[in-house]
Design a protein around this ligand. Structure first.
Ligand SMILES: Nc1ncnc2c1ncn2[C@@H]1O[C@H](COP(=O)(O)OP(=O)(O)OP(=O)(O)O)[C@@H](O)[C@H]1O
Ligand SMILES: [Mg+2]
Length: 250
């Protein structure tokens, strides 16, 4: 086991009313527990607002949980910032528009001391090759790329620190169908080649079916069903899972 998530809850306090006197609570996550085995892909599915991104952010320690615990196996994950990476849905927001691709990719190499300075360029080129981009992109800025290319750059950046675990939060939802299929192939190939473990977040069960070994179904901050891919697809137990399956098939 590489990751164990134990009984995580997250409540957001929101201010209401004109004078912001009333405080309301949003239960974004309510007692979520699961584990992930090394080299597996766990799919997390659920409709918008079910708490998927909140969960991803808590796992990588971007935001604190209200209660519960996230435990990475200490023999596998020594440095969370380096060994665990995340790729977000929107490749338009997640790259600094003022940085050239060469800087975007060399920054994490320098921060995490991955290779000695004279080898930065060589390693940057390797990263580009891994995600199927040519070296002529290095001098360009993020705005000069299509959504699919930008997402490849985000993936290359995530791979720079040589992570063991990558959380993909709706990584292909903003792309058109043909590009989505190419990106799924890329994720699969990278996983095999680099021996990665994934959490793949999606609202679409049909997409998750292509890549996940097991699936966790979330509704309103709770896990309603969890199982291997065949159980979820061929004998779903919960009505919410059945509804998601119907949506994916239509
Ligand atoms: N910073 C915040 N402050 C207040 N409420 C928040 C905050 N972040 C998330 N929420 C609320 O928590 C709930 C879960 O949001 P989250 O973004 O995790 O959902 P999601 O499953 O990722 O949705 P989507 O599929 O649309 O990305 C929602 O009700 C959302 O409005
Ligand atoms: Mg989200």
């Amino acid at each position: 086991m590489i990751l164990e998530v134990k009984n995580i809850s997250k409540y957001f306090t929101i201010e209401r009313g004109v004078f912001k006197a009333e405080a309301g609570l949003v239960k974004a996550l309510d007692g979520v527990s699961f584990s992930v085995n090394e080299y597996d892909t766990l799919g997390i599915v659920g409709e918008s607002g079910s708490g998927k991104t909140t969960l991803a952010k808590i796992i990588i320690d971007l935001i604190p949980a209200t209660s519960g615990e996230v435990v990475f196996a200490p023999e596998l994950i020594q440095d969370l910032r380096k060994d665990v990476q995340i790729v977000f849905q929107n490749p338009y927001n997640s790259l600094n528009p003022k940085m050239r691709i060469s800087e975007i990719l060399s920054e994490p190499l320098l921060i995490h001391n991955i290779v000695p300075k004279p080898f930065i360029k060589e390693r940057t080129l390797e990263l580009l090759r891994l995600v199927g981009l040519d070296e002529d992109v290095l001098g360009r800025f993020p705005i000069e790329f299509s959504g699919g290319q930008r997402q490849r750059i985000c993936i290359a950046r995530a791979l720079a620190s040589q992570p063991k675990f990558i959380i993909l939060d709706e990584p292909i939802s903003s792309l058109d169908l043909i590009i989505q299929a190419q990106m799924l192939d890329l994720f699969f190939e990278l996983k095999q080649r680099l021996k990665l473990t994934y959490i793949f977040v999606s609202h679409n069960l049909a997409v998750v079916k292509h890549i996940a070994d097991s699936v966790l179904v979330m509704e309103n901050g709770r896990v309603v069903e969890m199982g291997n891919i065949d159980e979820i697809f061929y004998s779903p137990k919960h009505p919410y899972t059945k509804a998601l399956l119907d949506a994916a098939r239509s």
